[in-house]
Write a protein that binds this ligand. Structure first.
Ligand SMILES: *Cc1c(COP(=O)(O)O)cnc(C)c1O
Length: 369
């Protein structure tokens, strides 16, 4: 079976983790703060708090920005579920805005009609590593005095007009789940220019302790255990040290797919444009308009029967059961999102994928169209 994804782990990563195990300092040690330093340097953002998932990072940002019951957050229905769940965690309401059919990101042109007195923030996602339209989003946020949150979980290393994703809003997150560009096993990080927001996130991630000078059993606010361990941080450091090489290899694999797929008329390869650089997270092709969801699902099944794991990225968030139950959403509510979601197929994509496997994947896919 050619799997959908897989991490790129070398001896360096294994060595780094073993060193921490031998040190006996497994948590809240120097690896954690070193990893945060390296993340700050790589992204160019002033503060970073490493956490045990990207979802935890989103949750803390929502809380730190004071978003709660009665508030609305404008966001995209075409994303991984956590970019909307984090809003529900705090009793606020996600207000969906349909997406751009080319980039698959929230359509900034549709946002202003969704703004009400209750709107507190825009939470945009760099879907599949392709940067959202941060200039337009920033302008809307400023004009209406809204917070701007970046879910850059899939976009470590992506750039928008030469500026890195994760640097445009009030706060941003990256995820280090094993299918992301770099991994810590489980893990994530929040980054921000705002010291108050960073301090609040750090305190809340550590059971509500003060960021400095707290005794272990003294807690000044409601907190969680969202900390990243030093084992995970050491793995992350070893991965981050190799990020240029990792991203280059992902780029090569994407280009190999482009070359083989560009003459297959029934599929569209991922969108690209000169003003952005996509850091490759997944390789998602889109079937032509005439393909139905049932046909797409059949193609994915047939690919799997041939030993090639594929996936339908994403299922629209508004159509997930708990969103339908809570808000009464139905098919038809966000037609662009649904049309895209019905026709996308994520192909196997990871650093050890061989040219022969890419060829086989494209040959079998073409045969099914
Ligand atoms: C992966 C991902 C997350 C969540 O990250 P975890 O580390 O798995 O919690 C959030 N948003 C998007 C868009 C993601 O792809």
């Amino acid at each position: 079976m050619i799997p959908l994804s897989g991490p790129d782990i070398t001896k360096k990563e294994i060595h780094a983790v073993v060193e921490v195990l031998k040190s006996s300092r497994l948590a809240l040690g120097s690896k954690l703060s070193e990893f945060e330093k390296k993340i700050k340097k790589y992204t160019g953002v002033k503060y970073a708090v490493a956490l045990n998932s990207g979802t935890a990072a989103l949750h803390l940002i929502i809380r730190a920005l004071g978003i709660g019951p009665g508030d609305e957050v404008i966001t995209t229905p075409f994303s991984f579920i956590s970019s909307s769940n984090c809003i529900l965690y705090e009793g606020a309401t996600p207000v969906f805005t349909d997406i751009c059919p080319k980039t698959f990101n929230i359509d900034a042109g549709r946002i202003e009609s969704k703004i009400t007195k209750k709107t507190k923030a825009i939470l945009a996602v760099d879907v599949f590593g392709y940067p959202a339209d941060w200039d337009a989003l920033g302008e809307i946020a400023r004009k209406h005095n809204l917070k701007l949150i970046e879910d850059s979980a899939e976009a470590l290393g992506s750039t928008y007009y030469e500026k890195k994703c994760g640097t445009f809003g009030d706060a941003a997150i990256f995820s280090f789940y094993p299918n992301k560009q770099i991994t810590t096993g489980e893990g994530g990080v929040m980054v921000t220019r705002n010291k108050r927001v960073a301090d609040l996130c750090r305190s809340m991630s550590n059971q509500g302790r003060k960021t400095k000078g707290s005794r272990w059993l003294e807690h000044v606010r409601l907190g969680y255990n969202y900390r990243m361990s030093d084992l995970h941080a050491a793995l992350g450091m070893a991965q981050l040290a190799r990020i240029d090489e990792i991203l280059k290899q992902r780029q090569r694999i994407a280009e190999a797919y482009h070359a083989l797929l560009k003459n297959v008329t029934s599929v569209k390869i991922p969108f690209s444009s000169p003003e952005t650089r996509r850091s490759w997270f997944v390789y998602v092709v889109t079937l032509a308009q005439c393909y139905s969801r049932a046909r797409r699902d059949q193609i994915i099944k047939s690919m799997e029967k041939s030993g090639i794991q594929c996936s339908a990225y994403f299922r629209p968030i508004h159509l997930q059961k708990h969103f339908r139950d809570a808000f009464g959403y139905r098919r038809g509510d966000f037609p662009v999102c649904e049309s895209v979601a019905d026709r996308t197929i994520a192909l196997p994509f990871f650093n050890h994928l061989k040219q022969a496997e890419i060829k086989r994947t494209v040959r079998i896919l073409s045969g099914l169209l």
